[in-house]
Unconditional design. Structure first.
Length: 125
């Protein structure tokens, strides 16, 4: 995983995010929160040389990010509008009022402070 930290317990489809008061937590869930660990693959029809090179470049960037001083894990948050790289906590539970992938787009945009281009904005509403 990027920045020398081993993957967290919930990875892939095992983790879902929630946002409360500007803090992001990931717990067992719907796959909306995934480890920042990228996989490399052999060159193929679906993973050509450009993607292989890009993957290596992205991994190098992620590996260059120092560990979070508060112990949070670097993760990708999946939204209906795209993916966000974020530092996340791994609490036991999320608050009932947490904004999640199942919340409305406006709530997600506000909770995560998303900056959308015009195409993304038109898709949001």
């Amino acid at each position: 995983m990027g920045n020398g930290v081993p993957p967290v317990d919930c990875t892939g489809n095992d983790c879902g995010y929630g946002v409360v008061n500007g803090r992001v937590g990931c717990v067992s869930g719907d796959g909306s929160c995934v480890s920042s660990q990228l996989l490399e693959a052999k060159v193929s029809d679906f993973h050509d040389r450009y993607l292989q090179d890009a993957t290596r470049d992205i991994k190098a960037i992620l590996d260059g990010i120092p560990p979070d001083s508060r112990g949070r894990k670097l993760s990708f948050l999946r939204t209906h509008l795209g993916t966000l790289l974020a530092w996340v906590e791994h609490p036991e539970n999320l608050a009932e009022d947490a904004v999640t992938i199942n919340s409305g787009d406006a709530e997600i945009i506000n909770a995560l402070g998303l900056i959308l281009d015009s195409e993304q904005t038109s898709q949001a509403y």
